[in-house]
Write a protein of this length. Structure first.
Length: 481
């Protein structure tokens, strides 16, 4: 069975482990020898019992009992083997749905039962045929091969006509109706695997959501993130809240973020604070920092620099570098603490890395202004480039402005253009506004007033006062000409 089906199942992604011949023999010896012997012993008992039962319903019940006992024997063998090895065992549903390499060993055990089932089917057919003229036509008594051919033909026809449509993979999603039925019935055990198998984005999201409904916390977060990236904030918020209710702090944090920013949902600072508080109590330091931000700005709570300072300080001490950066800004501006530029610089330096690029940008600002340090444009360029390289748009905007106006460096329109293009592509409306003026005036690029006005319109529509003012100026100049 493995040599026949293993490559097919692995190609479809249903099983991720490939066994060589040696491992296959070891698995078969450990899992199947004893299991198959016990199953065969049980099947012989069934055949002896079957002939003494006259009711078809009782016989069907006996066959169902045989299937359950056979499944239980091999399932117990797999569980015991993996328990000894200290490895997680697949659930019975995963074995039935063929999401595990052990499914092959599971189904091979049923080969000992198939012959008993065929015998039972034959006895039913004989009983049925004996009451019709087919008994004479087929001459079953003298030619039993006729009966075998008839039963085999009927069985094959039924399998193809009835079962095949349920097991045929959809061209759109690489999953079958049977797979989707399993997902509906056992969402926690199967939907995760089906999401991995599906080649259709919409179907994948459906499986992730079903798994989320069944308690699959990680898939709640994954599905919510996909909806967030697709600009469906409402659906993302619903799934993040569900993950939060199930006890996943990331769900609480991101639900808080959506309600704080009003992305796809009505802005609700009080609700945002509640979600952040749950995540913060579960040691999500980013959520704690966001609570500090809301105290700093009086969003959903009374503004309190001292409360924000304490939260930032605690978060920084526990390793949240964004907390260090925010605390540094408090020392730079004297918010809730005595102004101390040297302390601010120390905190910015601590937070200047991949996790908190704002620290790099703020450090660059100190060197540009000469606050607490000797003014050094080269160091400013170094730190702001670190921020820009990590997609912090304000760092790119600062670099673009430096090169556009030649503030401490020679004017370099080409570099300014590159930095503004990067910040604008990352949705900085300030960057888009500067980029528009370069296109409109032909600085470092072929003059293109139409493109410049388009960029200014975009910036203005997204709330940039600079973009709106520049747009009015350019439209007025164009009208005057």
């Amino acid at each position: 069975m493995y040599f026949l089906l293993g490559d097919i199942l692995q190609e479809k992604g249903r099983i991720g482990v490939y066994l060589d011949t040696k491992d296959l023999i070891i698995y078969a010896l450990i899992l199947n020898v004893i299991s198959d012997y016990l199953s065969l012993f049980e099947t012989r008992w069934l055949l002896n019992k079957f002939s003494s039962i006259s009711s078809i319903w009782n016989q069907l019940a006996l066959l169902a009992f045989d299937a359950l006992i056979t499944a239980g024997i091999i399932w117990f063998a797999i569980e015991a083997y993996l328990f000894v090895l200290g490895k997680p065992a697949p659930s019975l549903v995963e074995l039935v749905a063929v999401f595990s390499i052990f499914s092959i060993f599971f189904y091979s055990t049923f080969l000992t039962s198939i012959w008993a089932w065929l015998y039972c089917l034959s006895s039913w057919c004989v009983r049925l045929i004996s009451k019709t003229r087919l008994n004479e036509l087929l001459d079953i008594e003298h030619n039993p091969g006729h009966q075998i051919a008839l039963i085999g033909g009927i069985a094959i026809f039924l399998i193809i006509a009835i079962l095949f449509p349920f097991f045929k993979d959809s061209e759109l999603s690489n999953t079958s109706l049977f797979d989707r039925y399993l997902c509906d019935t056992f969402p926690k055990a199967t939907c995760d695997d089906l999401a991995r198998l599906s080649t259709n984005e919409k179907q994948t999201l459906f499986f992730l959501e079903k798994n989320c409904d069944g308690g699959g916390l990680e898939n709640c977060i994954i599905a919510a993130s996909d909806y967030y990236l697709d600009d469906d904030g409402k659906k993302a918020a619903d799934l993040y809240q569900k993950a939060c209710e199930f006890g996943h702090p990331d769900g609480c944090k991101w639900a808080g973020w959506l309600y704080m920013t009003g992305f796809g949902v009505d802005s609700d600072y009080v609700r945002a604070i509640k979600f952040y508080d749950v995540a913060c109590k579960a040691d999500d330091l980013e959520a704690c920092v966001n609570i500090g931000f809301m105290f700093e700005n009086g969003a959903g709570v009374d503004q309190s620099y001292s409360a924000a300072r304490d939260i930032y300080h605690l978060a920084c001490e526990r390793g949240a570098l964004q907390g260090c950066n925010n605390l540094g800004y408090f020392y730079q501006e004297g918010r809730g603490v005595e102004k101390d530029i040297r302390k601010a610089k120390s905190l910015y330096e601590k937070s200047c890395n991949d996790e908190a690029v704002w620290g790099c940008n703020n450090l660059g600002g100190l060197y540009y202004k000469g606050l607490g340090v000797e003014r050094d444009i080269q160091k400013m360029l170094h730190y702001n480039k670190m921020a820009c390289d990590r997609d912090l748009t304000i760092g790119c905007d600062a670099l673009g402005a430096i090169y556009l106006h030649g503030r401490g460096v020679p004017i370099d329109y080409q570099r300014a253009l590159e930095y503004f293009q990067k910040s604008c592509s990352n949705n900085s409306m300030l960057g888009c506004s500067f980029l528009a003026t370069m296109y409109a005036s032909g600085q470092g690029v072929t003059k293109n007033l139409k493109k410049g006005l388009k960029l200014l319109t975009r910036a203005c529509e997204h709330g940039s006062n600079l973009g709106c003012n520049l747009l009015k100026v350019h439209l007025a100049n164009e009208k005057a000409q």
